[in-house]
Design a protein around this ligand. Structure first.
Ligand code: 2IT
Length: 444
């Protein structure tokens, strides 16, 4: 495999899609050695077929805001690969959404979903619509207009969307309502639904909880524990909330959260009612964390990221490329022991390389945050069986899945000196499963 040639040709075909090329480069570099041991993969052009989505739907979404003005957004659904199961992946509603971002997310989703052990292919979608600051009625009208286009392309055994940034229980509820109106079916075509209409217990917490189960296992495998560790965490949304809750339950101390306005430093630890307050902050639709400082007397650092704080563990929980090489240098200088990417592609490639060169434990997002989509898979199972599992059962399955993902990373990522390169492990394990499934099913 000639990686540079492949990337150059991708760049020529899809100019300017930097996030997408970043995600592809990382996977190809990790799998190169294994790939070259399988000439049958090269002959079947597995990589060339994997890097292009099976298909991309783009649609216009006209809707009317509360003032009576017409708004126009763009909607997308990318069905990337269904070699191991129905297309599966979230919808992101954020002003930054474009094809490059959705392609990187969809590409990552293929391998993440493969790691979960469940039969799910990879997909992603969304819109440049930003729900923050919009009224409920506006979010409803937009979500309905979005589904009016999307419904034709999805189905419970075909493509099952869910949430991502900007798409939570409220948006999923409106999307689901419109899908049912259009199709007159009550199938599990979306996950992350409300508990009253087919949702799964533990799904809201699952990304953060799964991330912390993975961190616990990563530390224990390497002779350490979460007990008493200080944790710098970014973001304040659903993922950060679940991560803070489980980190605290497991004996860690979360000392930062962040928003686009800056970060909060709370050395007393963000626990109890302070974690509950994250839900209130989100409900304001303001996208800021400063009010936390006023309410609890903590420090607010405007316009900065939390990675300058001394902490044992760093957990990016906000968005892609939110931790760069300068942040990595600061974290290492301050004695960081491990990094868990709970946001998708939270670290830049240069930051990851620095962690790995310094033999610092680094858990990549496609392994660390896979608990979210895994629990979506469990929601699909419950919907297909027309029943509801208790929280303990879902949580136990989530535990099992995260342990299996960790095992796969160790199996493929252990280096001769004993250091576990989790990035390599996750990429090879995910890739091998998809490649074998593609080989078995012919050129389609
Ligand atoms: O990035 C992700 O894995 C998600 N946003 C969750 C996707 C899902 O289908 O639950």
């Amino acid at each position: 495999m000639n990686i540079e040639k492949l990337l150059t040709s991708l760049d020529a075909k899809h100019p300017g899609e930097s996030e997408y090329l970043q995600a592809v480069r990382e996977v190809l570099l990790s799998i190169e050695e294994v790939y070259n041991q399988h000439p049958e993969f090269e002959k079947a052009k597995i990589v060339e077929r994997l890097v292009e989505p099976d298909r991309i739907f783009t649609f216009k979404i006209p809707w009317v805001d509360d003032r009576g003005d017409v708004q126009v957004n763009i909607g997308y659904r990318l069905q990337f690969n269904n070699a191991i199961g129905p297309y599966k992946g979230g919808l992101r509603f954020h002003s930054s959404v474009n094809l490059s971002i959705l392609k990187f997310l969809g590409f990552e989703q293929i391998f993440k979903n493969a790691l979960t052990t469940l039969p799910m292919g990879g997909a992603k979608g969304g819109s440049d619509f930003n729900p923050r600051g919009k009224s409920d009625a506006e979010v409803m009208r937009f979500s309905q207009a979005f589904m009016l286009e999307l419904w034709k392309h999805i189905g419970p055994d075909m493509d099952v969307p869910a949430g991502d940034i900007g798409v939570g229980a409220r948006e999923i509820g409106y999307l689901n309502g419109m899908y049912k109106k259009l199709t007159r079916t009550c199938t599990g075509v979306l996950t992350g639904k409300g508990l009253e209409f087919g949702g799964s217990l533990v799904r809201p917490e699952a990304t953060g909880f799964g991330g912390l189960y993975f961190m616990k296992q990563m530390l224990e495998t390497n002779g350490d524990t979460l007990q008493g560790k200080t944790i710098a965490l970014s973001g304040f949304g659903n993922v950060a909330w679940g991560a803070a809750l489980k980190a605290t339950q497991l004996g860690g101390k979360v000392i930062t959260i962040s928003g686009p306005d800056g970060y909060i430093y709370d050395p007393q630890g963000i626990a109890g009612e302070k974690i509950d307050y994250l839900l209130d902050l989100r409900a304001t639709c303001e996208d800021i964390v400063e009010p936390y400082a006023k309410r609890f007397g903590a420090t607010f650092v405007a316009g900065k990221r939390p990675w300058e704080v001394k902490a044992d563990i760093a957990l990016p929980c906000a968005t892609q490329n939110e931790l760069d090489i300068n942040d990595a240098k600061l974290l290492i200088k301050n004695g960081v022991k491990c990094i868990g990417e709970i946001s998708n592609m939270g670290c830049t490639p240069e930051a990851i390389n620095l962690f790995i060169e310094n033999k610092i434990l680094y858990g990549p997002s496609k392994a660390v945050n896979a608990g979210g989509v895994a629990t979506s898979g469990l929601e699909m199972s419950q919907n297909a069986m027309h029943l509801v599992w208790p929280a303990e059962e879902v949580d136990a399955k989530l535990h099992q899945i995260m342990a299996s993902i960790h095992d796969q990373c160790v199996e493929y990522g252990r280096q001769p000196d004993g250091y576990i390169n989790y990035m390599k492990g996750a990429n090879i394990a995910g890739f091998m499963k998809v490649a074998k499934a593609m080989m078995a099913q012919g050129v389609v």
